[in-house]
Design a protein around this ligand. Sequence first.
Ligand code: ATP
Length: 199
Amino acid sequence: MYLKSLVLKGFKSFADRSVLSLEPGITAIVGPNGSGKSNISDSVLWVLGERNAKNLRGQAMEDVIFAGSSARKSVGIAEVDLVLDNTDGTLPVDYTEVAVTRRMYRSGESEYLINGALARRMDVLDILHDSGLGTGTHSIISQGSLDSILQSKPEDRRAIIEEAAGVLKHKQRKLKSQRKLEQMDVHLTRVRDVAAEVE
Ligand code: ATP
């Protein structure tokens, strides 16, 4: 799986539709200060479901919508399409290409699409769950966070390494399963109580 293309429209400084076509391997984006390099990584975080405006270097989520410049008016919608090549089947869907789209209106309303069909944020997160992509993962290291990783406590750093290595998701699943088992125990006790009452 690799990031095949990114299409930005009305997102931060990208007022016009801008298409970034990427190849497998390493891609470097270079440009002068303030030209929009970080806005590109923000768009990846955003389309993958980020809900915290601060993680996108804004005050409110509406800050992702192009706010206008001296040369042009603001727009009402921000939209990002992220296309992943899935020929190796990393993502658990029967498509060789998966396009995730997120749109946001000035009203604050956000919508997601997967391969053009309306979807919930949860569906996007579910598809990406095992891929190492998604919100809260450290596949995207923003400016400044490298310092905080280097200065973090050993146990916090271990959690980051575990997450990057894909161990954390198994730990989370284990925890989820343990919680389900505990719930089942409670239900079972309740069923036994009811059965005893009936007898
Ligand atoms: P540096 O190399 O200094 O880190 P950069 O290339 O990463 O810079 P960004 O931080 O991605 O640059 O882009 C900053 C630019 O994006 C600023 O000019 C800012 O005004 C513009 N910008 C951010 N949000 C919006 C928005 N909602 N509408 C219009 N422009 C925006």
